[in-house]
Design a protein around this ligand. Structure first.
Ligand SMILES: [Zn+2]
Length: 194
């Protein structure tokens, strides 16, 4: 049984959390809740609160509407990658434009810690692009350590919640079998019966 304390900034009642720091990417994607139609990255005050608690934002001002627009587009770019992880089509170039813009602008800096631990960090702080680059560096590390392909988007097209598939077969398709899994199965059953 997995014992893990869920940080308070994780949206919803997460039953399939990714390990840290990938949990940060999962939570970022889940700032949009399709089931409830809520979005933590829509209003500057709400977004500032959530982004500050995750450590992705440290400036002494709320993010601008343009920064939040970019953040939401990056979020949907990442979601397109998670749909591919769930067995969907690979994202097209047009699905990755916001991430592409950040990778072209961003200048990650290499740091060395007291013990000789090398790490890449985003700079400069004070712009939301830096926090978004931090997420991209987490994705890069997850792609290298093999955990990335377990982070998936729910196969219910009305849901698309990001969940971490810990199953041995890595064949999980639903954020929650009891809700989305059965809902879609019943829908397909009804379609077949018609
Ligand atoms: Zn779902």
């Amino acid at each position: 049984m997995l014992v893990m304390t869920i940080p308070p900034w994780v949206p919803g009642h997460e039953t399939k959390p990714a390990p840290l720091p990938l949990l940060l990417v999962q939570s970022f994607v889940n700032t949009w809740d399709g089931e409830h139609g809520s979005d933590l990255l829509l209003e500057p005050a709400t977004a500032r609160d959530w982004l500050t608690r995750t450590g992705l934002w440290g400036a002494d001002r709320p993010p601008t509407p343009a920064e939040l627009d970019l953040a939401r587009r990056v979020r949907e770019n990442i979601r397109a990658m998670l749909v591919a992880n769930s067995g969907g089509p690979p994202p097209a170039t047009s699905d990755l434009q916001a991430i592409q813009a950040i990778t072209e602008e961003a200048r990650p800096a290499l740091h060395i810690g007291p013990g000789g631990q090398m790490s890449l960090a985003s700079q400069p702080p004070g712009r939301l692009e830096a926090g978004l680059l931090t997420l991209l560096l987490v994705i890069r590390d997850a792609q290298r350590d093999g955990t990335w392909h377990r982070l998936k988007a729910c196969s219910n097209p009305d849901c698309l919640w990001a969940f971490y598939d810990r199953s041995h077969s890595r064949a999980g398709a639903w954020c929650d079998m009891a809700t989305c899994g059965n809902r879609i199965k019943n829908r397909r059953l009804r379609q077949r019966q018609r």
